[in-house]
Design a protein around this ligand. Structure first.
Ligand SMILES: *Cc1c(COP(=O)(O)O)cnc(C)c1O
Length: 463
């Protein structure tokens, strides 16, 4: 093992050094991948030296998500404390189903979940778990909502016509999960949003009332804290009132921006969160831990057990249930995703998590100010969002994002809201400084100046 760790160290050093000069790797078209890189698997072993060389080639050709040129998704950067925790989790290799197998690590997971519940304002009756991502924590919430509506479904299968509600701007995992849960994609109601991308509570009320009149059973409303494109926050309080009126489970999908709970300044976006039934967020997004670190917490922990516990004598052989987290999990074997979050949290404190969150909003302010103050740009997004959406010189967002990638300049994506399509610049990497944000715009403008004739111009502003 010592040798493997030395190899790791050598590859890591080379990668870190190269990232400083090459923030984006050379583009390899997908259809040339297997020609450009030797990924082949053969019958015979290879010597360690060749193995190391092949590994380095692979690592050096892999897209870089930790540099100041990566703005493509809702994650980025490399938090060293969290990476340290992740490396230790890999080395320890515990499976998080039982106290017997994971021991002290169960305590790590429990304390993280407990703290999150406390921050929300929930008591000992609340609990949570980790899953493999925000899509899966959303799935868990839907299963709990379904089973809370009718506990027989677990045994007898779905026999009633159920409906779920989410905004038109919400994540695509909601319809996917509705199909997995036996509710059906066609029974997802997409509630319209206002002009800043937030679900309209009155429309939610109307939709639920209509479904009830039509013989459906509404089982869940999903509100989003940080919509995927605009980073908008649905109004938790107003939506919760509708849920209470019809006695429907309310989940808040905070995969993207739910981490605002750690910020005094921004937690008002989730005002009323203590009244919802379940809440999920991805620490691998705003908090910046390595992928994946997804938490779901529920106000009443009995729902976790009701939906996910299964007797398994071969597995759960000792210790009290509260220390056997396998009883509240979607999975059987489960990797230790809590340790990286705990390692970081232990180091920087809750105040440090707050700083990480606040800094991203500061970076977004810098980006929005820049866009507003430069007439060649058009801004599409709003205050208090870390998704800064804009177009530059009427260039097609899709086209410029593709060309920036192919020329290995910047990794940034595009999105759409209503009639507009735009570049979605996400200031989620808390290791970036304001200078890095300004550097992004410099690079973009330099690239456009050099390649203007190759870029597609759109007729914007017709709508
Ligand atoms: C990212 C995201 C998800 C999905 O999370 P994964 O971890 O990628 O599965 C769900 N909802 C929202 C709002 C997201 O931004």
């Amino acid at each position: 093992m010592e040798e493997a760790l030395a190899v790791f160290q050598s590859i890591a050093s080379e990668l870190l050094a190269d990232e400083k000069v090459n923030s984006v790797v050379d583009y390899i078209p997908a259809d040339q991948l297997f020609d450009k890189l030797d990924l082949s698997l053969i019958d015979q072993p290879i010597d360690d030296e060749t193995h190391l060389r092949k590994l380095k080639e692979l690592v050096m050709a892999t897209p870089r998500t930790a540099t100041n040129a990566f703005f493509n998704q809702l994650y980025g950067g490399r938090n060293e404390k969290a990476v340290l925790g992740e490396l230790l989790a890999v080395l320890l290799n515990n499976s998080m189903y039982t106290y017997k197998a994971a021991g002290a690590q169960v305590g790590v997971e429990k304390i993280v979940l407990r703290k999150v519940c406390e921050i929300i304002g929930w008591n000992e009756n609340a609990d949570g778990t980790f899953a493999t991502g925000g899509s899966m924590t959303n799935f868990m919430s839907m299963l709990m909502a379904r089973d809370a509506f009718n506990s027989k479904i677990r045994f007898e299968g779905v026999q009633q016509k159920m409906t779920v509600y989410t905004s038109i701007e919400s994540h695509y995992s909601i319809p996917k999960n509705a199909s997995f849960a036996g509710i059906g994609r066609n029974n997802v109601r997409y509630i319209p949003v206002n002009k800043v991308g937030e679900m309209i509570p009155a429309d939610l009320d109307t939709a639920i009332a209509k479904d009830i009149a039509d013989g459906f059973h509404p089982v869940m409303v999903n509100a989003t804290a940080g919509t995927t494109v605009l980073g908008a926050f649905d109004n938790v309080e107003a939506i919760n009132e509708v849920c209470k009126k019809y006695n429907v489970w309310m989940h808040v999908d905070g995969a993207y921006c739910g981490s605002v709970i750690f910020s005094e300044k921004y937690k008002h976006h989730l005002k009323g969160l203590e009244n919802v039934d379940s809440f999920s967020f991805n620490a691998h997004k705003m908090i910046g831990t390595p992928l994946t670190c997804s938490l779901i917490v529920v106000k009443d922990k009995k729902n976790l057990r009701n939906s996910f516990a299964n007797e398994a004598e071969y597995l759960f052989q000792s210790d009290e249930d509260d220390f056997n987290p396998g009883k509240t999990s979607l999975q059987c074997g489960r990797r230790n995703d809590a340790l990286k979050f705990w390692t970081l949290w232990k180091s920087v404190g809750t105040k440090g998590l707050e700083k990480i969150v606040d800094h991203q909003f500061d970076l977004a302010d810098t980006a929005r100010d820049y866009v507003r103050n430069h007439p060649d740009y058009k801004l599409y997004s709003f205050e208090d969002s870390i998704s800064v959406c804009f177009n530059y010189k009427n260039i097609s967002a899709k086209d410029i994002c593709a060309k920036l990638y192919e020329h290995a300049e910047l990794m940034v994506g595009y999105g759409a809201f209503q009639e507009d399509e735009f570049i979605r610049f996400v200031t989620i990497n808390a290791q970036n400084s304001n200078e890095d944000i300004l550097l992004f715009f410099k690079k973009l403008e330099g690239f456009v100046a050099e390649h203007f004739n190759e870029l597609k111009i759109e007729k914007l502003g017709i709508n």
